[in-house]
Write a protein of this length. Structure first.
Length: 360
């Protein structure tokens, strides 16, 4: 009884003390600026899996966002690295926003250091087709790429040891009826001026570009090409922005660059992953944990647990099932060597990863 009385008095005292401040009551619980989403994709093959977006615009070309906001978005969405890739030849905001082709990087850099985001100095070579649009990454001076002849722009990028990505090869504004590899691309490729290709850009995917990336050993990439704010463009509650997963030795810019030139990437868009078989297979194996439940008349019963944010849709001749993201499914296995296709993991434009269940 006494304890109850003291408790009541404490509550009253607290209420009185609280009510006394009528000038300014802070409500920090409304804020979200330090919160960061965790993306669950396992590390593989001794590498760290870094989540990256290598195609982003700001007000320093035709984007509508200040460069520091790009860093904050990347932080909140759980990314490790971004490249701000403003158009070199196209800056409609020039009249209202000063600066040059290096400004977006210079403005965002201190914020990136503060937020522990790897910020890559870059620009988008923006030409009509062919050759189309290309991102040059790891530049020191983007202004050197502003040349009348596009071949000089590629050369200026190569002189700075840039990693060069063919952007949105099937973009309808430039290839309305097809997604075609032109003779000029063969020339750029032979010059070693194409190292990666977007198999996915913004909201569209180009299966044929995945075939090219496998045939020519180009890094497979998925990037947002975001111009507005990401939360306005993508359903971030349900999905994530398109990302390029980079398998790097360390979480540093140097390691990201080394991994990209070694073509250790996967494209991640919606629930899909696309790229080299060895990386897809390792992601699946490392994401799934298997628990034996019991013997049954129809075979052995297992619980397959998926610790990743990628669901796995499995298909065989006579069954289909999904191992949900961050979830589990019970399966009965008669033949442990049985092969399944995972319909959302692509090793070619029209070919899926083939696996057996990890039930040993
Ligand atoms: Zn573009
Ligand atoms: Zn772009």
């Amino acid at each position: 009884m006494k304890a109850k009385l003291i408790f009541s008095l404490l509550i009253m005292f607290h209420a009185v003390a609280f009510a006394q401040n009528v000038n300014n009551i802070q409500m920090p619980e409304l804020l979200n600026d330090n919160a960061r989403k965790t993306i669950h994709i396992p590390d593989i093959l001794g590498y760290k899996t870094l989540k990256c977006d290598f195609h982003i615009h700001t007000v320093f070309s035709d984007g509508i966002v200040w460069p520091t906001v790009r860093v904050d978005e990347a932080w909140q969405e759980g990314l490790d690295a971004i490249a701000i890739t403003d158009h070199i030849e196209n800056n409609p905001s020039k009249k209202h926003v000063g600066g040059d082709d290096n400004s977006s990087f210079e403005i965002a850099k201190p914020r990136a250091e503060q937020k522990n985001i790897i910020l890559i100095h870059a620009g988008e070579i923006t030409r009509s087709m062919p050759p189309g649009h290309f991102n040059a990454l790891f530049l020191k001076d983007v202004t050197k790429l502003d040349t009348p002849d596009y071949m000089d722009a590629f050369k200026a990028a190569a002189d700075q040891d840039a990693f060069i990505i063919w952007n949105h090869p099937g973009w309808k504004a430039q290839q309305p009826d097809t997604c075609k590899w032109w003779e000029l691309h063969t020339q750029l490729y032979k010059n070693e001026w194409i190292h990666g290709i977007e198999v996915f850009n913004e909201k569209e995917w180009y299966p044929v570009a995945l075939d090219w990336s496998m045939d020519k050993n180009l890094a497979s990439m998925a990037n947002s090409d975001i111009h507005g704010i990401t939360a306005g463009m993508y359903n971030l509650e349900k999905y994530h922005r398109p990302m390029t997963l980079v398998f790097a030795k360390e979480r540093t810019e140097k390691s990201v660059k080394e991994a990209m030139f070694d073509k250790r990437t996967l494209a991640w868009f919606g629930d899909n992953l696309a790229g080299k078989e060895e990386f897809l297979s390792a992601i699946f194996t490392n994401a799934i944990d298997t628990e034996f439940i019991k013997e049954s008349e129809k075979g052995k019963v297992y619980l397959l647990k998926n610790s990743s944010d990628v669901p796995f849709h499995l298909i065989s001749d006579d069954e289909t099932f999904t191992i949900p993201k961050k979830g589990e499914v019970m399966v009965t296995v008669r033949d442990s060597g049985k092969k399944y296709k995972i319909s959302n993991l692509f090793i070619k434009g029209t070919e899926n990863l083939s696996v057996s269940l990890p039930t040993k």
